[in-house]
Design a protein around this ligand. Structure first.
Ligand code: C5P
Length: 292
């Protein structure tokens, strides 16, 4: 939490990164069964909630103009879901979202915003809800909302709601890249060639960044081939990252954001500086993930 001052709660809604994403099956309702190793970056959107006389919702930030501020926004859906559940607590609230994550880009921006809204509003409204209750409220808003509520390295199974915390996981120096390619998640899932892949191999107990990458080399993002087919320019992001000699480069979620892992922060910074120079119009961020 950034601050709690005078009835204002400020939270960072971090980028969610699927280090590995295996598609292991499909449910009768069409949702896919996943086995995914998920981490969260020290970079994301910022959400401020303040007690007010009437409800309001404003958006700013580099990607703010790309996002609807109406009832279709996941932040307002989260507010309304919580309000329906706790009508006696839910007084009017002014919400401000500062959008630093590209929209619909495989790093969970909307889901992370919704999770931050649920957490911030439970605090503001003095609601005592467990993580499990909030996850149940958040799941209908998006399959990634429960994992974003946890906000730490985890394995997500089911359609994303069956969460296993990882006891110890290293902080990973990382660069995130998005070249502006837009990808529709439902279309990517529809275009999958195979839906019955094996689950993730068991995680080693203790790992440094190098061990994580050795482990990740035995895993995949099973959505990548479908995204490549629908949005071939994803290859430009991957190629640009590979040219910075990372330990590993991969796409997150259904894309189009790709990430690379480096041995240390200096190498991640140097890679981002180089990418900024060669691709000044791309989203490029040097960050690191939170360790457990
Ligand atoms: O739940 P969310 O809005 O993030 O999912 C968007 C779409 O992605 C779903 O409507 C579904 O088509 C697809 N999806 C899926 N299996 C999942 C998660 C999402 O098929 N586990």
């Amino acid at each position: 939490m950034l601050a709690s001052f005078d009835h204002t709660i400020s939270l960072i809604a971090p980028a969610k990164i699927n280090l590995a994403l295996h598609v292991t099956g499909r449910r009768d309702d069409g949702y896919h069964l996943l086995d995914s190793l998920v981490v969260f970056a020290r970079f994301g959107d910022r959400l401020d909630v303040t007690k007010a006389v009437v409800d309001s919702f404003t958006i700013s930030g580099p990607y703010g103009a790309d996002l609807p501020g109406d009832e279709s926004n996941l932040v307002l859906k989260a507010r309304d879901a919580l309000r329906r559940h706790y009508p006696e607590k839910a007084t009017p609230v002014a919400i401000h979202l500062e959008k630093y994550l590209p929209i619909a880009s495989g790093i969970g921006g909307g889901s992370s915003d919704a999770a931050a809204a649920l957490r911030a509003l439970t605090t503001l409204w003095g609601i005592e809800a467990s993580l499990i209750e909030l996850a149940a409220l958040g799941l209908p808003l998006g399959a990634d909302v429960p994992m974003c509520l946890h906000g730490e390295a985890l394995i997500a199974r089911g359609i994303g709601e069956d969460i296993e915390r990882i006891a110890a996981f290293p902080r990973l120096p990382m660069v995130l890249v998005n070249n502006g390619v837009t990808v529709s998640t439902p279309q990517v899932f529809s275009a999958l060639g195979r839906r019955d892949n094996p689950p993730l191999p068991a995680l080693p107990l203790r790992m440094g960044p190098g061990d994580v990458c050795t482990y990740l080399a035995q895993t995949d993002n099973h959505l990548f081939a479908a995204t490549q087919k629908l949005a071939p320019s994803i290859n430009d992001s991957m190629q640009a990252l590979i040219e910075t000699n990372p330990l590993l480069a991969r796409m997150s979620g259904s894309g189009g954001t790709c990430f690379a892992i480096y041995a240390d922060d200096e190498m991640a910074e140097a890679a981002a500086t180089r990418l900024h120079k060669t691709q000044p119009d791309w989203f490029v961020v040097a960050t690191s993930t939170e360790g457990n």
